[in-house]
Design a protein around this ligand. Structure first.
Ligand SMILES: Nc1ncnc2c1ncn2[C@@H]1O[C@H](COP(=O)(O)OP(=O)(O)O)[C@@H](O)[C@H]1O
Ligand SMILES: [Mg+2]
Length: 246
């Protein structure tokens, strides 16, 4: 059901040792929501993801998962996987391990689900290809399929379009939108671009230096709020139903 709280931050401070990165965060994330996190390098976006995932406990305050949650995590594009001659289907099947157990050989049901996840991301024809031979955009989609096959409650994406040209970026954002719509899961997306977040997320968190602000997209992405955060007069245009932040 929508609006059922999944994760709550109560005055939670995130940091490392004595170093505070994000002080006193209070907000909730609900089933079916879509949070976009924006901010410059080093602002604490990945730290916030770790807090949401529950792998970085708060140094003060409380982070609550309201029930056991499965996270589908799509990491930032990297090249380490390229060393191994692994097929696309094998990569996607890794997403089943957490459910099936590491030592269990994937069964026909796991394979069927992996094939279905590849269809969902628009790559059903690539299952026998080697992962390392794919384009950057295709790899990103395969990693999305790997996240989906674990049947996650929360889909977490760290800068999924940072290595893409603008056409691949639009296609990927549409794909995430479709998955969000069809599977009704909570999406948490980190992006370097306010424009991307402004057009896809329902809730926006802006991080940067001393400030943190989170709220509905229509409250955050408006000139007064942005001026307060950045001391800069942004222009926000609407072009064919899309927000354009300049
Ligand atoms: N494991 C760590 N130990 C200590 N400091 C860290 C660690 N990870 C990140 N930081 C620091 O926390 C701050 C936020 O980092 P990060 O969350 O990775 O930012 P972003 O993802 O927005 O680029 C940075 O100043 C970074 O140096
Ligand atoms: Mg980061």
């Amino acid at each position: 059901m929508e609006n059922t709280p999944l994760i709550t931050f109560d005055d939670a401070t995130l940091g490392y040792g004595r170093r505070v990165v994000l002080p006193s965060l209070t907000f909730g994330l609900s089933e079916g929501g879509y949070l976009g996190i924006v901010g410059p390098n080093g602002a604490g976006k990945t730290t916030l993801l770790k807090g949401i995932l529950g792998i970085l406990p708060p140094t003060a305050g409380k982070v609550t998962h309201h029930r056991p949650l499965t996270f589908g995590y799509v990491p930032q594009a990297q090249t380490t996987d390229d060393l191994f001659p692994i097929t696309v289907l094998e990569i996607v099947l890794m997403g089943r391990y957490r459910r099936a157990g590491l030592l269990k050989t994937p069964g026909s049901d796991d394979r069927a689900r992996a094939e279905r996840a590849l269809e969902q991301v628009g790559l059903p024809h690539l299952s026998t290809r080697l992962f390392r031979e794919l384009s950057g955009g295709q790899k990103q989609r395969v990693l999305m399929a790997r996240a989906l096959v674990s049947e996650p409650d929360v889909l977490v994406l760290d800068e999924p379009t940072s290595a893409m040209d603008i056409a691949a970026e639009s296609a990927t954002m549409e794909l995430i939108e479709r998955i969000h719509h069809e599977s009704r899961l909570l999406v948490v997306l980190v992006s370097h671009s306010l424009n991307i977040v402004a057009n896809h997320a329902q809730t926006v968190a802006i991080l940067g230096g001393a400030h943190f602000q989170i709220g509905p997209v229509e409250e955050i992405v408006q000139p007064d709020t942005l001026r307060g955060l950045f001391h800069y007069d942004f222009k926000i245009l609407e072009v064919e139903g899309r927000r354009l932040v300049l």
